[in-house]
Ligand binder design. Structure first.
Ligand SMILES: C[S@@+](CC[C@H](N)C(=O)[O-])C[C@H]1O[C@@H](n2cnc3c(N)ncnc32)[C@H](O)[C@@H]1O
Length: 264
C-alpha cells in the first residue's frame, strides 16, 4: 500500500471528525442510559428488600407482642380465678371444697375419659371457673354440647361469659334430674363432676350416682376427682364398676380420678 492510500485520522473540524465524535457521544450516552437504568433497578430492588425485611421484623415484633399480651391476660385471668375461688371458699367453704381451681393437668386427666367422637351432650357438675370445661373443649367436645350445672350464681355468670354456647344451669347438682328438667333433651354420653363429695354423707353421694346414671346412655362414665385415698362414691352395693387413675401430682393437692360405670 502506498503512503498516499494509507488511512489517516480525519482532520479536526472536518465532517468525518464530527461524525466520529457524535458516534462516540451516542455510544457514551447509550452506556450512561443503561447504567442509569441499572441503578434505578438496583435502587428499586434495594427498596423492596428493605420493605420485605421491615415487614418481616414488624410481623415478628407484632407476633411477639400479641403472644406477650395474651400471656399477660392469661396470667391476669388465672389470678382472677384464684381470687374468685378464695372468695367463694371464704363465703362457703363446704360447697366450694377447694381454695384453688383444678390444675390444667388434672382437668385434662378428667377430660381424657370422655370420648369426643361419641355424639350427645356432656354434663359437668360443679364447673366453678371452668378449668375442666376448658379441657373438655380442648379434647374436642363442642362447647354447644356442654351442660354445666353450678350452684354459685357468680361462677354461673362467669361461665356464661366464657362459654357462651354452653348451657349453664344454676342449681343443685344433688337434685340433678329436677335441676336439669327442660335442659337435657337426650341422654348424656358422660358426666364429669368436681363436686366436693366428701363434704356430704355417704348416702347423699350414693343418691347422686343413683340419680345421675338414668340421665346417661348405657356404658357412659361418671367421672369424679378426689384428693382422698378412698372412693368418693360408696362402692358396696352400688352396682357400679370403677376404675381409678394414678395420682395427678401436678395439682395442689395431688388428686386421683375415679371413673364409674354401671356394671349391668
Ligand atoms: C372443688 S370446686 C371445683 C371447680 C372446678 N371444676 C375446678 O375443678 O376447679 C367445686 C365446685 O362445685 C360447686 N358446687 C358445690 N356444690 C354444688 C351443688 N350442690 N350443685 C352445683 N354445684 C355445686 C362449687 O360452687 C364449686 O364451683
Amino acid at each position: 500500500m502506498s503512503s498516499t492510500t494509507r488511512h489517516r485520522p480525519p482532520r479536526a473540524g472536518s465532517i468525518a471528525a464530527r461524525l466520529g465524535q457524535s458516534r462516540v457521544a451516542s455510544r457514551l450516552e447509550g452506556e450512561v442510559r443503561v447504567t442509569a437504568a441499572d441503578l434505578v433497578d438496583c435502587v428499586a430492588e434495594a427498596k423492596l428488600k428493605v420493605a420485605a425485611v421491615r415487614y418481616k421484623v414488624e410481623g415478628e415484633v407484632r407476633t411477639k407482642a400479641e403472644k406477650l399480651r395474651s400471656r399477660v391476660s392469661e396470667a391476669k385471668s388465672k389470678l382472677g380465678d384464684e381470687a374468685r375461688f378464695i372468695k367463694s371458699w371464704i363465703d362457703d367453704p363446704l360447697r366450694t371444697g377447694s381454695v384453688t381451681p383444678s390444675s390444667p393437668a388434672l382437668a385434662r386427666r378428667m377430660a381424657s375419659y370422655v370420648d369426643p367422637e361419641q355424639p350427645g351432650p356432656v354434663i359437668e357438675i360443679g364447673p366453678g371457673t371452668g378449668p375442666v370445661t376448658e379441657a373438655l373443649i380442648e379434647r374436642g367436645i363442642d362447647e354447644g354440647r356442654l351442660i354445666l350445672v353450678e350452684y354459685s350464681p357468680e361462677f354461673c355468670a362467669l361461665l356464661r361469659e366464657r362459654f357462651p354456647r354452653a348451657t349453664v344451669v344454676q342449681g343443685d347438682a344433688y337434685a340433678l334430674s329436677t335441676t336439669l328438667a327442660g335442659h337435657l333433651t337426650e341422654k348424656a354420653i358422660a358426666l364429669v363432676s368436681s363436686l366436693p363429695l366428701f363434704n356430704r354423707p355417704p348416702p347423699a353421694r350414693s343418691a347422686l350416682a343413683k340419680e345421675a346414671f338414668p340421665l346417661l346412655v348405657e356404658g357412659a362414665p361418671f367421672i369424679q376427682f378426689t384428693y382422698s385415698v378412698i372412693s368418693p362414691i360408696p362402692r358396696k352395693g352400688s352396682g357400679l364398676k370403677a376404675f381409678v387413675s394414678d395420682w395427678v401430682l401436678r395439682n395442689i393437692p395431688p388428686a386421683r380420678v375415679w371413673v364409674y360405670r354401671e356394671a349391668n
